[in-house]
Design a protein around this ligand. Structure first.
Ligand code: G3I
Length: 350
C-alpha cells in the first residue's frame, strides 16, 4: 500500500499514526510529504524527540520502521556501556555502539551516547580486584579517552557520569567515589572534553525531576564545576516515573533553575510505569504525564529535547526489574500507539 493510498483510506489521528509509523526514512527529510512524527513536531519548537534502542531489537523490522520515522535522536540502551565496549582490559569492542550509530546515520538521526562512568554494567576485570587510586585513575582515563575518541564527530552528546548521587544528596558509594573521591566527576568531564571538544557533556540521573535533596546536590555540584571552568554542557533528567508515586510537579521550576546556571537540560530516559493490569484510567493518567513532561520541557528555553527509554512496551526494561509493573511506554507490546502517543502529539502541537 502506498503512502498516498493509506492517507486516502484513513482519516484523523489514527491514520496519522499509522502513516508516520510506517515510514522508514529520517523524520525531518520526510516532513513535507507525510504526516509529521514526534520528532517533526518537536523540531517546530527547536527540540528533538528521541528514543533509546538496543541491539537485539534491531532485527524487528516493524520496530525499526517506527524508530526510524518518529524519532530524530537515538540512545543506545546498553551498547556503549563499559561491559560491552571494554570487556577485557585494553581490548575495545565497538560493534554494538557502531551498529546503532550506523542506523542513526542512515535515518538522519543524532546519537545521545550513554554512558562512560557508571557503577553498573562494569566488566568483571574491573570490579573483581582492588585498585590503587593511581591505577584506577589511569584505567578510567584510558576508557574515557579511547571511547570518546572512537565516537568523536559521530555523537551529539555523552552522558559522562551517570547516577553519581544517593537519594539524600550524598555521593553514591561506587568504585569511583570510594577510590578516587568526588574529583572523579570533574576529571571525567575534562578527559571527555579533550577527546571530543564538540560533544555536549552531561551528568545524568533519575529521581532528580523534582526539586529535592538529590536535585539540590546536582545543582550545587554544577555551580561548583562551572566556577572551576570544568567542561559541562547539560544535566539529563532520566524521568523514570511511576503512577503510584505521583507526578513531580516542580519539574518545570527545577529545569529552569539548571538552565539559569547556563546549562542545557534534557529529559533523557522517560517512561511512566504502572501496576499491572493497565486500565483505561491508568493509561489516560499516563498520557497526561507524558504530555505534562513534554510541556515542561517546551516551557524551559534550554530544555533541548525529550527521549523515551525505548518506545514500546515490547522492549521495556521495566517488567524485568519491577515485578507486576509495566505498560510504561507510548506504544504497546504489539507496537500499537497508546493514549500516551496521541497526548505527546497534542503536547507538541501536532
Ligand atoms: O547481555 C546479557 C545476555 O547475554 C544475557 O543472556 C541476558 C540474560 O538476562 O542478560 C543480558 O544482559 C542484560 C542487559 O540489560 C542487556 O540486555 C542484563 O541482564 C540487564 O540487567 C540489562 O538491563 C539494562 C539495565 O540498564 C542495567 O542496569 C537495561 O537493558 C537498560 O535499559 C538499563 O538502562 C538504565 C540506564 O542505562 C541508566 N538509567 C536507568 C536505566 C534503566 O535501568
Amino acid at each position: 500500500m502506498s503512502r498516498t493510498t493509506v492517507r486516502l483510506r484513513f482519516a484523523g489521528a489514527l491514520a496519522a499514526t499509522l502513516v508516520a509509523a510506517g515510514v522508514a526514512t529520517g523524520p525531518a527529510a520526510q516532513a513535507q510529504e507525510r504526516t509529521p512524527g514526534l520528532a517533526d513536531l518537536a523540531h517546530r519548537h527547536g527540540r528533538y524527540f528521541g528514543s533509546a534502542t538496543d541491539n537485539p531489537e534491531l532485527t524487528d523490522s516493524a520496530y525499526t520502521k517506527i524508530l526510524g520515522s518518529e524519532f530524530d535522536m537515538i540512545t543506545p540502551g546498553n551498547g556503549m556501556k563499559w561491559e560491552n565496549t571494554e570487556p577485557q582490559q585494553g581490548v575495545f569492542d565497538w560493534s554494538k555502539g557502531d551498529e546503532i550509530v550506523k542506523l542513526a546515520r542512515a535515518n538522519h538521526q543524532k546519537v545521545r551516547a550513554h554512558t562512560l562512568v557508571w557503577h553498573n554494567q562494569l566488566p568483571a576485570w574491573l570490579t573483581s580486584r582492588d585498585w590503587t587510586p593511581a591505577e584506577l585513575r589511569a584505567v578510567l582515563k584510558k576508557h574515557i579517552t579511547t571511547e570518546v575518541r572512537h565516537y568523536r564527530g559521530k555523537v551529539y552528546s555523552w552522558d559522562v557520569v551517570n547516577e553519581a548521587f544517593n537519594e539524600d544528596g550524598t555521593y553514591r558509594d561506587t568504585i569511583w567515589y570510594r577510590t578516587l573521591g568526588p574529583g572523579y566527576i570533574a576529571d571525567a568531564l575534562r578527559w571527555a572534553h579533550e577527546a571530543d571538544p564538540h560533544a555536549k557533556l552531561y551528568l545524568n540521573d533519575y529521581n532528580i525531576e523534582a526539586v529535592g535533596p538529590k536535585s539540590d546536590a546536582y545543582y550545587n555540584l554544577v555551580k561548583q564545576l562551572k566556577a572551576e571552568h570544568v567542561p559541562l554542557d547539560g544535566v539529563g533528567f532520566q524521568a523514570h516515573l511511576a503512577l503510584q508515586y505521583g507526578y513531580p510537579t516542580t519539574i518545570e521550576d527545577n529545569l529552569r533553575r539548571f538552565s539559569r546556571l547556563g546549562l542545557d537540560t534534557a529529559l533523557t530516559e522517560v517512561d511512566v510505569r504502572m501496576q499491572l493490569p493497565a486500565t483505561d484510567d491508568k493509561l489516560a493518567e499516563q498520557a497526561t504525564w507524558y504530555a505534562d513532561l513534554t510541556k515542561a520541557c517546551l516551557a524551559v528555553q534550554r530544555c533541548v529535547g525529550v527521549t523515551v527509554w525505548d518506545f514500546t512496551d515490547k522492549y521495556s526494561w521495566i517488567p524485568g526489574v519491577f515485578a507486576g509493573e509495566g505498560a510504561a511506554l507510548p506504544w504497546d507490546e504489539q507496537l500499537r500507539p497508546k493514549p500516551a502517543y496521541q497526548a505527546l502529539r497534542d503536547a507538541l502541537g501536532g
